[in-house]
Design a protein around this ligand. Structure first.
Ligand code: GAP
Length: 548
């Protein structure tokens, strides 16, 4: 099956089985907005929980925090986001679409045989639009140019096709110049509609200078301006001293946060891959400067290990170091974890060395002191990689800690693990069917319990097994529909349930049940009393292998 077709089949499964729905669908939907259905919620929660267990519960120097999404202007001004968190934007004057310059559609240039002249082909949605575009090109965009039309296709005749002819050197004619576009969602915390105040001020200060009007409007709005956070990290930085004080922590230590972030993305892509509202799993790890390179390397390895541990196809996960010109404004070094999606490699997580940029910026803006005093600077004992340690001071030292960050997109992780798990199985003489080979830790339903038939005597055993699993926090469903047992297994293979337990006639005699494994389809008889320990071991048994 072709990649695009597979991806469509996966999205269809997500909708049909309750993983993912288009948000506000009955009202026509909202582009880029998705709701997670009953199984999607479980999958997302399980991925987040695995991340939290691995990064908080398995360590004695990482704690959690949950900070406000609504963020004051001053925080994001200090962090550089108000001025620097931008993408370049171009508008297509013909279609009114907006693009990042590197994502503008390619020009289709049809060169005349043996000539440097030719035609740029612009396809419109319909004949009527093609007529309007033809007129617009002739009257406004390229007066005097020869333009012809064939149905929906508008053809712009050009003498020569060079990149300099159609500046900017993007891939589409009739694009505006690039301009920066801030990605943050701005809103106002104000009981009085701030727009009324803007109107009043603008009328009172009658001026035709657009820049002055903009400045005046910004000034009126400034006191009530807030943003939806574009990353969870800033909430961690501004609480650095609170956490140090309340938890009596010492370097190196980490603060983990999971939660929603928001970005007004110009281009929304590939279902939940790029959306305006998304969730991040972020860890800010504070280190002494002389250990920071070693910890940067440690976190790159550790995060890659987590991805590999939970994926079937290890070759579809890789890392990529950022070039100096693609790093965020705060970063001194960055490595992306990438997954090979059906449309190509895409970033799913970034591990960055943020230096002491953020803490220093907030110190400057507030006067708060984030310096740490090390009386006897040493190399921390739980750092195995010491080759990268830089000169350790010999006397008491005060410094602003260096931050190593890992930032994983939860929704992208969910999409990547779904793509990784989606398998179409073709057995001889049978219809092809889907098996979702999710890691048992991620699978929404851990276990389905099935009475072989409607025989009422099976019921107490079904309930007993369900109770034993539910007590362990394992999401367990009882499948008592009047479907053949094989059909019931297949329905659970399709949503990734790793284990099915069947209660049958033998159970009544010897208190045993069968346990079926999703991936091998093998079945074994086990005592009822062992079910929860066997399933727990299969799910968590090899969690978090020790890193060398
Ligand atoms: N605090 C660092 C930071 O935010 P980032 O590379 O901008 O770094 C981290 O974002 C991760 O968040 C990305 O690797 C990606 O998985 C996820 N992410 C970013 N923008 C996203 C969007 N618009 N939709 C879905 N996920 C997104």
């Amino acid at each position: 099956m072709a990649q695009a077709q597979r991806f469509r089949a996966l999205l269809d499964l997500c909708k049909r089985r309750g993983f993912l729905f288009q948000s506000a669908e009955i009202h026509g939907g909202l582009r880029g907005a998705y709701d997670y259905g009953p199984l999607g919620v479980e999958l997302k929660k399980n991925i987040a929980q695995s991340w939290w267990r691995r990064n908080v519960y398995f360590r004695d120097n990482v704690v959690g925090i949950d900070t406000s999404i609504v963020t004051p202007h001053n925080v994001l001004k200090a962090s550089g986001h108000v001025d620097e968190f931008t993408d370049a934007l171009v508008d297509c004057l013909l279609t009114k679409e907006r693009f990042r310059p590197d994502k503008a559609p390619p020009i289709n240039f049809k060169q005349d045989k043996g000539q440097s002249s030719g035609k740029i082909s612009i396809i419109s949605p319909d004949k009527e639009t093609a007529k309007l575009w033809e007129q617009k090109i002739q009257n406004e965009l390229a007066p005097g140019a020869v333009v012809t039309r064939q149905g929906k296709e508008v053809l712009l005749h050009v003498k020569e096709m060079t990149t300099t002819t159609y500046e900017p050197a993007t891939n589409s004619p009739f694009l505006t110049d690039e301009r920066p576009f801030n990605l943050m969602f701005k809103t106002f915390l104000d009981p009085i509609d701030p727009i009324d105040r803007v109107i009043k001020t603008t009328i009172e200060n009658d001026t035709s200078d657009a820049r002055t009007i903009r400045d005046q409007v910004d000034n009126v709005l400034r006191p009530s301006t807030v943003y939806l956070r574009p990353e969870t990290a800033q909430g961690v930085f501004i609480n650095f001293n609170q956490v140090m004080r309340t938890m009596k922590t010492k370097l190196p230590f980490g603060i983990a946060q999971m939660g929603k972030s928001f970005r007004n993305e110009i281009r929304l892509e590939h279902a939940i891959f790029r959306t305006p509202e998304f969730e991040q799993l972020e860890l800010e790890y504070f280190t002494a400067p002389w250990e920071s390179s070693a910890w940067f390397q440690y976190w790159q390895k550790d995060r890659l290990a987590w991805w590999l541990e939970h994926a079937n196809n290890k070759a579809d996960i890789r890392t990529r170091n950022h070039e100096a010109d693609e790093m965020a404004h705060y970063a001194k070094g960055c490595m992306d974890v990438e997954y090979k999606f059906p449309w190509g490699w895409g970033e799913v997580e970034g591990v960055a060395n943020r230096g002491n940029y953020d803490l220093t910026q907030h110190m400057k803006a507030t006067g708060e002191n984030f310096e740490v005093l090390e009386d006897k600077p040493i190399v921390s004992s739980h750092l195995k990689e010491t080759a990268l340690i830089t000169s350790v001071p010999q006397e008491p030292t005060r410094f602003v800690p260096t931050v190593i960050e890992s930032s994983c997109g939860l929704n992208r992780a969910l999409l990547a693990f779904l793509c990784d798990a989606f398998q179409q199985v073709q057995e001889p003489g049978k219809e092809s069917r889907t098996v979702l080979k999710l890691h048992p830790r991620f699978a929404p339903v851990k276990c389905a319990i099935m009475p072989l038939t409607g025989n009422a005597e099976f019921q107490p055993y079904v309930e007993k097994v369900a109770r034993s699993l539910r007590r362990q926090g394992l999401y367990t469903v009882i499948e008592a529909q009047k479907l053949r047992i094989g059909k019931r297994y297949y329905r659970h293979d399709e949503i990734g349930t790793p284990f099915c337990i069947t209660v049958d006639h033998q159970t009544l005699e010897d208190q045993t049940v069968t346990i079926r494994d999703r991936d091998t389809a093998e079945q074994h008889r086990i005592p009822i009393t062992d079910v929860s320990s066997i399933i727990n071991e299969k799910i968590w048994g090899d969690e978090a292998p020790e890193l060398e």
